[in-house]
Ligand binder design. Structure first.
Ligand SMILES: [Zn+2]
Length: 309
């Protein structure tokens, strides 16, 4: 009952009853909170961050628009922080499409860089303390893991079986159904569609799916990224307008290692607002209790988006 896995300085333990992995990261307990005037991600404090691994150069000072650094409080040695802007108050919701496109391209670059010997690389962005972030400077994280979780394996099985049965990607049929129904669609862009899922995991959860199906987000070509960036930016702006800058986790779901070219998988983005803490029933059953219908959530978000697309 003590199955463990060591990987690049990190440790995972297997939960024999729950049937999934736990990541042990005692070093993360020492993470600092926000320190006024001493943000380690702001320009001028570059010496406070660990080794830089990548940057998107920018004109003038500070000479970069995005930069990736090793995570000082890492899950393993394959865990980076992507500092999304030199500006402490920058956010996707108030950014330009070009800036968000640069961010998505940075995710692609760092995903490719960290996936050499990982089973999967997870890209996520925590905003607000209720979403688990310790620093308010805008940043996302890229973390390699040596295993696939049971939850991810289950998703892969559902998508593969659907494809075997129908010859179509699961996500394609899901999107066709959502566009036909319409009442859960938040925003339909040229290359990406945002919708509230039929059975959400959280109030105001929004998923963004591409209209062109591809397993590997890192392989999305340059000409498709701006439309994805546009939909992501506008949906986050609508969430901010409706809910007043809510805490959320933004998660990129993309192909695990070795499955980048399979026809049954589709990458997608999940925005999981943190409006309420999971309570006893959720912990007892693993089943979320959702107090806002996704059809109502979509309608309320659409009201902020107008007809501009
Ligand atoms: Zn800062």
């Amino acid at each position: 009952m003590t199955t463990t896995r060591q990987w690049h300085g990190g440790e995972l333990r297997w939960d024999h009853l729950g049937g999934d992995w736990a990541v042990l990261a005692p070093g993360r307990a020492g993470r600092p909170g926000d320190v006024p005037d001493a943000c380690p991600f702001c320009p001028g404090h570059n010496e406070d961050t660990p080794q830089e691994t990548w940057r998107l150069p920018g004109p003038g000072e500070p000479g970069w628009r995005l930069r990736a650094v090793r995570n000082r409080y890492a899950l393993s040695d394959h865990h980076e922080v992507l500092i999304e802007s030199p500006h402490h108050d920058w956010d996707i919701a108030v950014a330009t499409d070009e800036e968000v496109t640069d961010l998505l391209r940075a995710w692609q670059i760092r995903h490719r860089a960290l996936r050499q010997d990982a089973a999967q690389v997870v890209v996520f962005r925590n905003r607000g303390s209720a979403a688990g972030t310790s620093l308010s400077h805008p940043h996302s994280q890229i973390a390699g893991l040596p295993v696939l979780s049971t939850a991810v394996r289950r998703e892969l099985t559902v998508m593969r079986e659907h494809y075997d049965r129908t010859g179509r990607p699961f996500a394609a049929d899901l999107l066709t159904g959502e566009l036909a129904a319409g009442d859960r669609v938040v925003l339909a862009g040229a290359r990406a569609v945002a919708y509230s899922p039929f059975a959400p995991a959280a109030e105001f959860e929004v998923r963004i799916a591409p209209t062109r199906h591809r397993a590997d987000f890192a392989a999305v070509p340059d000409e498709e990224l701006p439309s994805v960036a546009h939909v992501l930016r506008r949906v986050l702006a609508a969430l901010r307008d409706e809910l007043g800058d809510p805490a959320y986790n933004l998660i990129l779901h993309t192909a695990p290692a070795g499955l980048e070219h399979v026809p049954y998988l589709t990458w997608w983005l999940r925005i999981h607002p943190r409006l309420a803490l999971p309570a006893g029933l959720e912990l007892a059953t693993g089943v979320p209790v959702i107090t806002v219908l996704p059809e109502d959530a979509a309608k309320r978000l659409r009201a902020h988006l107008g007809d501009a697309g």
